[in-house]
Design a protein around this ligand. Structure first.
Ligand code: ATP
Ligand code: MG
Length: 389
């Protein structure tokens, strides 16, 4: 039934505010829609919106557009000539019995020399609908709204605005490295910075063969899910971390082990970022969620690197993060059990209010050795290019 050519009109928001960057942002958004949608769509930019022409199923296109950051809302539209009689006819065609209790028409025009003002357009089309259906006009609280946009010699008419994911197009904000584990948090943290336009490269630290490869497999699957939101396939670094952990545990008090693990994860991630030109690191920390995420420990961990660390989930509750994971499609993978490398060799209670001087003192005597082990780990990392699942 839905095989003929169809049209979605896409609106964006913040990108319109970005001054002289606007053309750049729009070009990236067009290209991202093309790449995420793949074959079978034609994407075109016309004064302040984007038109997506497709011949497939609406539900499929809807799923795709809901994953393209930068889209504020979109609608499946009918396109006619910008002729008042055609517009009237198309507006009426949205009403089938049983009729809604009331309606309103909202019109806009991007050409100021069009013979009708926005208000006249709404009045003309509204009168036509009312004459033919007898449905009541209600400007305040209508049961149905029909939207008319006159642009570049055409009219786009639709009745249902679908809210997009918002944010900025991926690729407009520079690149970052995200520290990712198979848990619920870090995949969502990564998605949050993608939503703000960042390209993300991933790094996962594993303790194989002391642990199974479960965490690696889960992380690969999660990055596959995240790649559905990305115009390009995603890079994942798998870094062997076991030797570093063994060295730390030998000399560092057990209560500081996780803090020390985290410091060296960040140092390695920072080195990878310098290699690839990434400008910040991303973690899934949420303030106070676990012992390593108290403000004191966040400070002791962050001190290890110079590069900015983004923590997009700092203010999120676990429930909100899990809701996000359900929406993003990472929930079922993050629910699977895995051996967390950070639990390895640690026992008893971790320090919840570490002091940076004590942490640095504990690190000092083994710093050079850890540095060598870190270089070794970077050399021995596996690099994967993860495609959409
Ligand atoms: P997550 O759900 O993301 O695993 P979490 O609540 O389990 O987070 P922690 O395990 O304390 O919290 O980890 C805090 C952050 O440190 C993670 O969000 C992630 O960014 C990073 N991290 C933890 N373990 C790893 C790992 N093995 N590889 C890469 N990054 C990690
Ligand atoms: Mg974790």
């Amino acid at each position: 039934m839905e095989r003929e050519k169809q049209l979605a009109v896409v609106h964006y928001h913040e990108i319109a505010l970005k001054g002289k960057n606007r053309a750049f942002f729009e070009r990236v958004l067009v290209s991202n829609i093309e790449k995420i949608a793949g074959e079978g769509v034609r994407v075109k930019r016309i004064s302040g919106r984007i038109l997506v022409e497709f011949s497939g199923n609406r539900e499929d296109i809807k799923k795709i557009l809901l994953r393209v950051f930068g889209i504020r809302y979109f609608a499946f539209a009918k396109k006619t000539k910008a002729d008042i009689n055609e517009i009237k006819k198309a507006s009426l065609s949205f009403f089938e019995k049983p009729y809604p209790a009331s309606f309103r028409i909202e019109a806009s025009r991007s050409e100021k020399n069009y013979p009708f003002t926005s208000q006249d357009l709404a009045i003309e089309a509204g009168a036509h609908v009312k004459e033919n259906t007898n449905i009541k006009v209600d400007l305040e609280n209508p049961a149905r709204t029909i939207y008319i946009e006159v642009v570049e010699g055409s009219a786009l008419i639709y009745d249902d605005k679908i809210q997009g994911p918002g944010g900025l197009p991926v690729g407009t904000a520079g690149s970052v490295i995200s520290l990712i584990s198979p848990g619920f948090d870090s995949p969502i943290a990564s998605l949050k910075v993608m939503k703000r336009g960042c390209e993300v490269e991933f790094v996962h630290f594993h303790s194989y063969p002391q642990t199974t490869r479960d965490s690696i497999e889960s992380v690969e699957k999660i990055v596959g899910v995240l790649s559905e939101f990305s115009p390009a396939s995603l890079k994942l670094h798998l870094v062997p971390f076991l030797d570093i952990q063994k060295r730390i545990i030998k000399d560092v008090p057990n209560s500081l082990a996780v803090i020390m693990y985290r410091r060296w994860m960040l140092k390695i991630a920072e080195t990878l970022a310098q290699k690839s030109g990434a400008k910040a690191l991303v973690t899934g920390d949420s303030i106070g969620q676990v012992a390593s995420q108290t403000l004191d420990n966040i400070a002791s961990i962050s001190e290890a690197v110079k590069m900015p660390i983004l923590r997009p989930l700092a203010g999120y509750d676990k429930e909100e993060i899990i809701d996000n994971a359900r929406m993003a499609g990472t929930y079922s993978i993050s629910s699977l059990p895995y051996d967390d490398c950070c639990n390895l060799f640690t026992s008893g209670s971790p320090e919840t209010h570490s002091n940076i001087d004590a942490v640095k003192k504990a690190e000092d005597s083994i710093k050079d050795e850890l540095q060598e082990l870190a270089e070794e780990a970077i050399k021995n990392r596996e690099e994967k290019i993860v495609q959409t699942n």
